[in-house]
Design a protein around this ligand. Structure first.
Ligand code: PGA
Length: 241
């Protein structure tokens, strides 16, 4: 794992966007694995700036997102489809039909999981996967558990995850209890992983991810086995290393 230490969130966002922009420039048909949450927002803003001011071209790019809340459709303002449209897709020249987010409202959620993995396989995996990390070490919504799950699957959200995400809803009761998430197989299908972490709240999870044993209790620890992981983290997130 390569670790890039940055001073602050702004620098993290610029570095992450620069890596993504170079992947897009070198391969205009790249498949980007994208993440939601507050951490990648600054990188998406920088990508939008690069599109507007420097002509970064998304017209042949495809994207595959990590996860979606179960029960929220794309028009719900807390759904991850809505988030991606607002934070990135609506502001660049990407073809929206080439952007994929798992469906949170499929009548057959198991079939939705299988279809999502088939989609990733059709793409032969992603060229890069952006990841945030939960304070509990989750990636996507792969929560601490007794074993790693390879496939896209339905997951019960951990209580600390629901509490962490309650800030986006009017009350914790409104935070969905389940989600559909890409599994470790989908994440590992990526050529390159860009793990982003900012703030003291991520310090323990980053320490466990980088130095701890590989365990499904810290899902991100499995990244120790991926051949090309770049961790971009600020001083606070690296403070326990
Ligand atoms: P955050 O979430 O970027 O909002 O901190 C990351 C995550 O929970 O994976």
């Amino acid at each position: 794992m390569q670790i890039i230490r940055v001073k602050n969130y702004e620098e993290l966002s610029k570095k992450a966007a620069k890596i993504l922009a170079s992947i897009i420039t070198l391969n205009p048909e790249a498949v980007l694995g994208l993440a939601t949450g507050s951490t990648p927002v600054g990188a998406y803003q920088e990508l939008i700036r690069l599109h507007r001011e420097e002509g970064l071209d998304f017209s042949s790019i495809s994207t595959v997102n990590l996860d979606e809340y179960l029960g929220l459709d794309g028009s719900h303002d807390q759904s991850y489809r809505y988030f991606m449209n607002q934070q990135l897709f609506d502001h660049v020249n990407i073809h929206i039909e080439q952007t994929f987010v798992p469906s949170g409202v499929s009548s057959d959620s198991q079939a939705a999981c299988t279809e999502y993995d088939a989609r990733i396989e059709d793409f032969c995996g992603t060229d890069v996967q952006v990841l945030g990390i939960g304070g509990n070490g989750h990636i996507g919504f792969n929560e601490p558990a007794d074993h790693f799950i390879r496939e896209t699957h339905i997951v019960d959200l951990a209580e600390d995850t629901r509490e962490a995400n309650a800030r986006f809803f009017s009350s914790i009761e409104e935070v969905p209890t389940q989600a559909i998430t890409m599994g470790m197989g989908g994440i590992f299908s990526s050529q390159k992983i860009l793990l982003l972490a900012s703030g003291k709240g991520k310090a323990q999870a980053i320490k466990d991810t980088v130095l701890g044993p590989i365990t499904p209790q810290v899902p991100a620890s499995l990244l120790q086995l991926h051949p090309d992981v770049i961790l971009i983290a600020d001083e606070d997130a690296l403070s326990l290393l």
